[in-house]
Each structure stands twice: as structure tokens, then as C-alpha cells.
Ligand binder design. Structure first.
Ligand code: IPD
Length: 283
């Protein structure tokens, strides 16, 4: 990491802590809630306000940098170039924020030459600040963290996102995936924030995570994928099993590649079962 990247990191850290304070103060406030793609995909005025503040300050400081943010970029994802690109989710876990469920966070990542170099995920409610810089390890509140070293899928705790059962095109597959993952692992959990869940793998609190669906995008996984890899884990594409493309996240996060590949297999099998059931229903 260059001195310049240290400066980027310090600047981003200041913004994350300021934004975290806004999130913490506003979690119990009355909010205006809007649906984006359905009642499983919500947004509040705080998502927009926090992103505007973060992006405004970054633009002022780094006018030549690029930006990808959940609220300003939306569905029209730009191409990731070699330019320094800030990737921002002002509130990841908006549904949790609305319900005062304490897993919600501010996320800032920075990619340079298409590689994530800085990742910061801050949950101000539980005072958990996850950080990573490329090649320098991963940290929770300044303390180094490592993924769990479990190698046996049946001993893993795995997180998933049942919200996507509400998406018609994914319903059958999600149902089979949840069922099969539950059968083949120690257990299943759901936290409702992709970034925090990936950080919990980095922390060694869970071993795996699968996320894929409409609205899931680069800001949900970019920063935390660096935090996982710096902690010894991986984030792979659930189809190819290779390193995930942060611009097309159909992701499996895991404490190590062995567990990631087991999850890839389970999801392939679940999808095959879903397709079989669908074709039988047609007859
Ligand atoms: C959400 C979270 C959640 C996932 C949702 C996402 P947001 O992000 O990452 O885990 O299930 O689909 O939309 O909207 O709170 O930034």
C-alpha cells in the first residue's frame, strides 16, 4: 500500500465514522420508507442523505476519482475501470435499520486498477469496525481477525438470504438451496446485511454465506470481500467456483476454498432439484 493509499484510507475512515454516527442517531427516528423492487427491498431518506454526504466529500477531495453507490448508481452499473473507484453502500441492512435490528452498517470500498485495495464496514450500533487494506490483514476494532479453520461442511454454520423467496424467478431455487444447505451443514442463520455477514466469516463466527438476487450489487460485497480475503477466506462465483466478479455478485463467501467449493456443489445440486420439480409440475 502506497502513502497515497494510506491517505485515501484515513480520509474514508473519517467519513465512515461520521456516517456511522448519523446512522446510530437516526435508527430510532421516524423514517420515510419506500419499496424499491418489493417489500423485501426497502430504502429510507437516510440511505440517500448518507450517500450524498459521503460522495459529496469524496468528490471534493478526489475530483478525478470515480464512484459507485447504491442510491446514486442504482441499476445502471458503470463499467469498472482502472481509475480509483469508491464503492459505497450508505446503509447495508436497510430493512434492519428500519426495524432497529442491530445489524446495519456503513460500507466504503476503494478499487484501484480493478482490485479492491481498501475495505471498511462499520456497524455503529454494535460498535464493530471491520477494516482491511490489501496485503495488511483484516481487523475488527483494530484487532487482527482470521476465518475459522473448519474443513468439514457438516460442521459449518452458513448464512443465507431467505428474502429472495419472495422473488418469483428465484423462489423454487431459493427454497431448495435453503433446504439442502440446512441438511448438509451444522445450521443456517440470516443477518440481513451482506457486508456484515461477509465480515462475520472474516471474524470466524460463521463459515459460509450465499447471496444472489435482484438488487444485490457490487456495493454489497466489494469492501467486505477484501476483509474476508485478508482474513484468510474467499468469495467465489457460485457458478464457476472462481474468484467472484464484484460487478456481478452471485456470491459464495467462505472461510476457505474447500468450504466454498462444497457450497458451490450444494447450490448446483439444489438448482438441479428445483429444475426437476419445475419440469415435473408442468406435466
Ligand atoms: C441488502 C442487504 C441484505 C440483502 C438485501 C440487500 P441494502 O442491502 O445486503 O442482506 O438480503 O437484498 O438489498 O438494501 O440494505 O443495502
Amino acid at each position: 500500500m502506497t502513502n497515497q493509499e494510506d491517505y485515501f484510507y484515513d480520509f474514508a475512515m473519517k467519513l465512515v465514522l461520521e456516517a456511522g454516527l448519523v446512522l446510530k442517531i437516526s435508527i430510532e427516528a421516524k423514517k420515510t420508507i419506500k419499496e424499491k423492487q418489493g417489500d423485501w427491498d426497502l430504502v429510507t431518506e437516510y440511505d440517500q442523505k448518507i450517500e450524498d454526504t459521503i460522495v459529496g466529500k469524496l468528490k471534493q477531495e478526489f475530483p478525478n476519482h470515480k464512484f459507485i453507490g447504491e442510491e446514486s448508481t442504482g441499476a445502471n452499473l458503470p463499467e469498472l475501470t482502472n481509475d480509483p473507484t469508491w464503492i459505497i453502500d450508505p446503509i447495508d441492512g436497510t430493512m434492519n435499520f428500519i426495524h432497529c435490528f442491530p445489524h446495519t452498517c456503513v460500507v466504503i470500498g476503494l478499487a484501484i486498477n480493478k482490485e479492491v485495495r481498501i475495505g471498511i464496514v462499520y456497524n455503529p450500533i454494535l460498535e464493530q469496525l471491520f477494516t482491511a487494506r490489501k496485503g495488511r490483514g483484516a481487523f475488527l476494532n483494530g484487532r487482527p481477525i482470521k476465518t475459522s479453520n473448519i474443513q468439514d461442511i457438516s460442521k459449518c454454520l452458513v448464512c443465507i438470504e431467505p428474502g429472495f423467496l419472495k422473488v418469483a424467478s428465484l423462489k423454487n431455487k431459493m427454497f431448495e438451496r435453503i433446504q439442502l444447505i440446512t441438511k448438509k451443514t451444522h445450521g443456517v442463520r440470516t443477518l440481513g446485511s451482506a457486508a456484515i455477514t461477509l465480515c462475520y466469516i472474516a471474524l470466524g463466527a460463521v463459515e459460509g454465506y450465499h447471496i444472489e438476487g435482484p438488487g444485490i450489487s457490487t456495493w454489497d460485497i466489494a469492501a467486505a470481500s477484501l476483509i474476508i480475503s485478508e482474513a484468510g477466506g474467499v468469495v467465489v462465483d457460485r457458478v464457476t467456483g472462481k474468484t467472484v466478479d464484484i460487478m456481478n455478485p452471485r456470491a459464495i463467501g467462505a472461510c476457505n476454498d474447500k468450504i466454498a467449493q462444497e457450497l458451490v456443489k450444494i447450490i448446483h445440486e439444489a438448482d438441479r432439484l428445483a429444475e426437476l420439480n419445475e419440469s415435473q409440475e408442468k406435466f
